[in-house]
Design a protein around this ligand. Structure first.
Ligand SMILES: [Fe+2]
Length: 207
């Protein structure tokens, strides 16, 4: 998948505007676990074109310690996520996920949060539950954007690659200026956990 800022974007990612911290593809049932950014072109300026990365699991565990009720609410109620548009082909992806997905032992398994893909439907039964959900969501978003604790800012240079767990490490970017002849071009590659570890074992045993 190519992410390149253009003057005629078909998706928010293809603008030069701010993208708040998110995971990719909360709009499908089997969201990819591994994500690779490969920088092809980058804009000038010391921080321009940089990306935020946030350890969402560290922030969620902090939330669980400090605000257990908020953690419980975000893991119990599901949100409606939707991405609709045209990018090579027309698509309309919809999926329901809790912001914090737990496994059957109650351990955090993945984060499914993308504010720009979150719809206006919730699995709540009463209006006051929605109020508590937004309160919990606000606390978590505040933690995620805590630059001192959970967030780093990295500017990739052409040829550089970063690999991260899409369902743990959230990413976003501050707005940047796109000058006349410059472009910011990142190639994205998604892999599932099974194929990555299968290849890693194969490479290890070939030594
Ligand atoms: Fe993204």
């Amino acid at each position: 998948m190519t992410v390149q800022s253009t003057s005629d974007p078909s998706h928010l990612a293809y603008t030069s505007g701010t993208l708040t911290l998110h995971v990719d593809f909360p709009t499908i049932a089997y969201s990819p676990e591994f994500q690779i950014f490969h920088c092809i072109h980058q804009v000038s300026g010391s921080d321009a074109g940089s990306t935020w990365y946030c350890d969402g699991f560290a922030a969620a565990h902090h939330l669980k310690r400090e605000y257990p009720k908020a953690f419980r609410i975000l893991s119990e109620y599901k949100c409606y996520n939707r991405d609709v548009g045209t990018d090579y082909i027309a698509y309309d992806s919809i999926c329901w996920h809790p912001i914090l997905r737990l496994d059957r032992f109650g351990e955090l398994e993945g984060i499914f949060l993308s504010n720009h893909m979150r719809g206006d439907r919730f699995s709540v039964k009463a209006k006051d539950e929605l109020f508590h959900w937004y309160e919990a969501y606000y606390r978590f978003m505040r933690l995620l954007h805590d630059h001192e604790r959970f967030l780093v800012r990295v500017k990739l240079q052409p040829g550089e690659i970063v690999v991260f767990d899409n369902l743990r490490v959230m990413h976003g970017r501050p707005e940047f200026e796109l000058k006349n002849d410059e472009k910011r071009h990142i190639e994205l590659i998604y892999c599932d956990t099974d194929s990555v570890y299968a290849n890693a074992r194969s490479l290890a045993s070939a030594k």
